[in-house]
Design a protein around this ligand. Structure first.
Ligand SMILES: NC(=O)c1ccc[n+]([C@@H]2O[C@H](COP(=O)([O-])OP(=O)(O)OC[C@H]3O[C@@H](n4cnc5c(N)ncnc54)[C@H](O)[C@@H]3O)[C@@H](O)[C@H]2O)c1
Length: 474
């Protein structure tokens, strides 16, 4: 509540009542504000982080916070990138730190400094041995760690979603603008091969004007992860599915299609409506698990989120986006990835990957030709190595490599703080809509008008591509 923006909003609201649509809630507390409309007047950003190039870092010293399933893989991937030093490791569980140290040793990397305990991440952020804080922690820690890291002069790469409330989204934006530190959300799906192909095809006009897109996170995590005792630390992800009813994990589906639609860089998400089914699987599963193991008693009779959430967004340029979220129905994985334009369409799920320029999908040979012609330079440069290093088929490594290469060459990052905030804000806004019988909710303009002139990120490797990769086995 310290910032000028918040004081400004309070003043408007006190002085003029609800002159602007939905502005009446803006003088309220952050918590109240999250429950209502979210439009704000377009005021110039303090500093526009879109396209911002930070001073080059020859060596990027990384502190990784959160060394669980995701963080341990990140340490493996990052440790094969040249120009990286993993100087600090943090987890509240010291056994996770010990196994990450083993990974470093296997790749002939020096031992990293260790930070543990619930607030060990603060020490890591304050230390002078880190340039980039990379944080695959449970969701509720993403914004606190990111904000603290930036305030302590560090760039941040945070796992998805970057924020859980609108107030957190603004905290990220305001801190990044004030400190001129990057805040990238690690939306790895933007670096999958088909997603990169379709993005470059969009940029080359092959689909014409993109009219409508669809994305999703449909992945049955229930039995193998949510209800598994040794999967998510302290069962954090199951607990999240009790606390919130909405689109809890929108960014894997949304990130790549938002890039295809130039969201925050020529267009903007204007408003959304969201609807969820009831829960038909999680509560029964909790009951079933509790009959076999009293550990699960605390999860019985809880108000689980609806299984399937569907959120519809309309953009300022009159286009639409559909995002779905379901982690608790037994069905095949899908992020959909549908891009539909005036000249053609692409769709990744259900497989096989498909592209059409009319009534029929093209054949696999024609698709291969498009891959050869339109895969962007990053795929040609690092794609094969990425497949070898791994991480969701290679996309995780392409993302990590690109992040490091940009920092080392002083290039803008592909995803900025406005992307992090606007892709993540679907989490709280979908909840608000659902809480109000699918009422229309305005999407804040985190760029404060910058979207009209901000440019799409660069798909060439111009000025970069210099970072080498060590052999994956050390
Ligand atoms: N981009 C992707 O494809 C992808 C895939 C999986 C997970 N994720 C994201 O990665 C993050 C981590 O997920 P995960 O599957 O690794 O979960 P996890 O439970 O396996 O790991 C979380 C780790 O954070 C640690 N932790 C908890 N509180 C801490 C604190 N106060 N200080 C330090 N460490 C703390 C836990 O001990 C644990 O080791 C989540 O945000 C998740 O959404 C992203």
């Amino acid at each position: 509540m310290k910032s000028n923006r918040r004081k400004f909003l309070q003043n408007i609201s006190l002085g003029t009542g609800s002159v602007l649509t939905g502005i009446s809630s803006l003088a309220s507390t952050p918590k109240e504000r999250d429950q209502h409309s979210t439009s704000i007047p377009a005021t110039p950003p303090r500093f526009n982080m879109c396209g911002y190039a930070a001073p080059k870092l020859d060596v990027v010293r990384i502190g990784v916070v959160g060394l669980g399933m995701r963080g341990s893989g990140a340490v493996e991937r990052l440790s094969v990138i040249d120009g990286v030093e993993i100087t600090a490791l943090c987890d509240k569980d010291t056994s996770k730190i010990a196994s990450a140290q083993k990974t470093l040793a296997k790749t002939s990397r020096p031992k990293a400094a260790e930070f543990s305990g619930d607030n060990g991440w603060k020490g890591l952020c304050e230390s002078n041995i880190v340039d980039l804080v990379y944080t695959p922690t449970p969701w509720h820690l993403h914004t606190p760690i990111s904000v603290y890291a930036m305030k302590n002069g560090k760039h941040v790469a945070t796992e998805v979603p970057a924020a859980l409330t609108i107030d957190e989204c603004w905290q990220l934006v305001e801190t990044s603008e004030k400190t001129k530190k990057h805040c990238m959300m690690l939306e790895n799906c933007c670096y999958d091969f088909f997603e990169l192909l379709t993005l470059n095809m969009v940029r080359n006009g092959l689909f014409g004007e993109v009219i409508h897109t669809e994305g999703a996170y449909i992945h049955d995590l229930s039995r193998d992860f949510l209800f598994k005792k040794n999967a998510y630390a302290d069962m954090w992800r199951l607990k999240e599915n009790i606390k919130r009813n909405g689109s809890l994990y929108p960014t894997h589906g949304l990130g790549p299609i938002a890039q295809c639609m130039n969201i925050n860089r020529g267009d903007k998400m204007d408003h959304l409506v969201s609807m969820s089914t009831g829960d038909f699987t999680l509560a029964p599963m909790a009951k079933e698990m509790a009959t076999k193991d009293s550990f699960f008693n605390e999860f019985v009779d809880k108000p689980y989120r609806g299984n399937m959430n569907t959120t519809l967004v309309r953009t300022n340029k009159n286009k639409t986006i559909m995002v779905q979220h379901d982690v608790s129905s037994p069905r095949p994985y899908s992020r959909i990835h549908l891009v539909s334009g005036t000249k053609g369409a692409a769709q990744k799920w259900p497989g096989p990957e498909k592209i059409a320029f009319g009534h029929s999908w093209i054949n696999p040979e024609e698709l291969q030709k498009l891959y050869d012609q339109y895969s962007p330079p990053i795929v040609k440069h690092i794609g094969e190595i990425a497949k070898e290093v791994g991480g969701h088929g290679g996309m995780d490594f392409i993302m990590d490599w690109r992040l490091i290469d940009c920092l080392r060459n002083g290039l803008p990052l592909d995803q900025d703080v406005y992307d992090a905030a606007s892709w993540s804000c679907v989490v709280p806004l979908s909840q608000q809509s659902i809480d109000n019988k699918s009422r229309t909710i305005d999407v804040p303009d985190f760029t404060r008008g910058g979207w009209k002139t901000n440019k799409p990120h660069d798909l060439s490797l111009n000025g970069g591509g210099t970072t080498k990769v060590r052999k994956a086995n050390g």
